[in-house]
Design a binder for this molecule. Structure first.
Ligand code: SDX
Length: 424
């Protein structure tokens, strides 16, 4: 532990609190002892609160650094694939060739859903938002695996990880197929993870689907870039749900619900909606003025980040991938891309954005890639959720396999003092 102390003086009290250092990053002050002194800390939005200890991912927002188990995201995007990154996030080390082959094969053998799960989709209206369907179907997975949800059993946690990683693409693609009234397409085990997702999304029973390798590689990069991101809102939701002992499927469903918000994972869908609303480069200045206007709730979707006060390293890789995909599909002159490039240029030069360090984030370019591939905007956050499932699970697994307590934040109460019920 530590012999370093911080001293807090409150009124006539002087309170000594332990200070801990991590491998890298800011030191933390252990404030757990404050409750005995009758004092709480106050940090709505957890802007400067470390809610846990973790060894999975590290972000240096000032320098635009993102490490997964120590490996820079740029190197993983360049040299790895999504399933190898899943193994790394889960186990803490890159797999040997034999471990990697076994992991890939294991995932392939869990891609199908219990056939009764088809009925869950039928209960939704055809125009239901795919995130609503995904939330419901993933939570319902727990109804099919009662006998393997002992959170204290490492083997059962492993099999649950395999099932979730393997089944999310099938569930996601079926959400899409259901919404367009096309038959569900089953996974094909002779395809890679990303190729399989694309064939379940765009394949039809009447002809063989031939995946485009450039688009499959772009999908795999999108999966890698969205895999994990420290204690973001949805991951913190999964940890809090898991701290009650809830089963992993229910916890992942809670993460999907939190990710849906436009300030978080819903931003990629919101970026495309915003670009479409801007419509033409001649309208950009009007929207920039709205984004700066304190009285206008409009924000520039895809810009800004709670932690990154520099370029989001994922956005850089995403921008390169966007150009690869758009040129492969002959869409370099896509009007939305032109608007996006102009917005980025303004945000990098305009005092309002520069002063607040509002750089493009991971969502700014991902939507352009997904749209070019043919994925509808309503499915963008579903793709994000598919990818982030491994991050959510890795954090849940890290917590339940160690010492943990039920999460129970306190509050600053500003309501009415005690008063009696008025007697007639
Ligand atoms: C993700 O946490 C994660 O890691 C999330 C994520 C992940 O991988 O899990 O990275 C994924 O959620 C990326 C973010 C996607 N969201 C968006 O693109 C939505 C647009 N961005 C904003 O909503 C906002 O930037 C947040 C929510 C991302 C961050 O909000 P903060 O940290 O609470 O920032 P803030 O509201 O304190 O803003 C600081 C200032 C404010 O102005 P002032 O009061 O100082 O004058 O910047 C302004 C804000 O008004 N501001 C923006 C803006 N974002 C912040 N102004 C215009 N447009 C924006 N996008």
């Amino acid at each position: 532990m530590t012999d370093r102390k911080a001293t807090l003086s409150v009124g006539d009290k002087s309170i000594e609190l332990p200070v801990y250092s991590g491998t890298v990053g800011p030191d933390v002050i252990d404030v757990r002892g404050l409750v005995k002194q009758g004092i709480f800390t106050y940090d709505p939005g957890f802007v400067s609160t470390a809610a846990c200890e973790s060894a999975i991912t590290y972000i240096d927002g000032e320098n635009g650094v993102l490490l997964h188990r120590g490996y820079p995201i740029e190197q993983l995007a360049e040299h790895s694939d999504y399933l190898e990154v899943c193994y790394l996030l889960l186990k803490g080390e890159l797999p040997t060739d034999a471990e990697n082959t076994l992991f890939h094969d294991t995932i392939k053998n869990h891609t199908m859903l219990h056939d009764q799960m088809r009925n869950f989709f039928q209960g939704f209206r055809r125009d239901a938002h795919p995130m609503a369907i995904m939330c419901g179907v993933v939570g319902a997975l727990s109804a099919f695996y009662h006998d393997q949800m002992d959170v204290t059993n490492e083997h059962q946690r492993d099999i649950t990880a395999h099932r979730l990683i393997a089944k999310m693409p099938t569930i996601a693609a079926w959400c899409y197929k259901y919404s367009i009234g096309q038959p569900f397409i089953y996974p094909r085990n002779n395809l890679s993870y990303s190729e399989n997702f694309l064939q379940m999304m765009f394949g039809v029973p009447c002809e063989e689907f031939k995946p485009n390798p450039i688009l499959a590689k772009a999908m795999d990069k999108i999966f890698i870039l969205h895999a994990d991101h420290e204690q973001n809102a949805s991951t913190s939701t999964v940890r809090l749900a898991g701290s009650t002992g809830a089963n992993p499927y229910a916890c992942i469903a809670s993460g999907i619900a939190a990710l849906w918000g436009p300030a978080h994972g819903g931003a990629n869908e919101a970026v495309l909606d915003m670009l479409a609303e801007i419509g033409d480069e001649s309208n950009i200045d009007k929207f920039i003025a709205k984004a700066k206007d304190k009285d206008d709730p409009f924000r520039l979707m895809g810009f800004g980040h709670r932690v990154y006060k520099n370029f989001d390293p994922r956005a850089k890789v995403m921008a390169e991938t966007a150009h690869e995909v758009l040129s492969e599909l002959g869409l370099e002159d896509d009007p939305l891309l032109k608007i996006a490039q102009r917005l980025e240029q303004i945000a990098l030069e305009d005092e309002y954005f520069v002063e607040r360090k509002l750089y493009p984030n991971v969502d700014f370019y991902s939507g352009l890639i997904l749209k070019a591939i043919g994925i509808p905007t309503s499915m963008f956050t579903v793709v994000f959720a598919m990818s982030r499932t491994i991050g959510w699970f890795a954090h849940w697994n890290e917590m339940v396999s160690g010492d943990y307590r039920i999460g129970r934040p306190r509050q600053l109460y500003t309501g009415s003092p005690a008063r009696d019920y008025p007697k007639e």
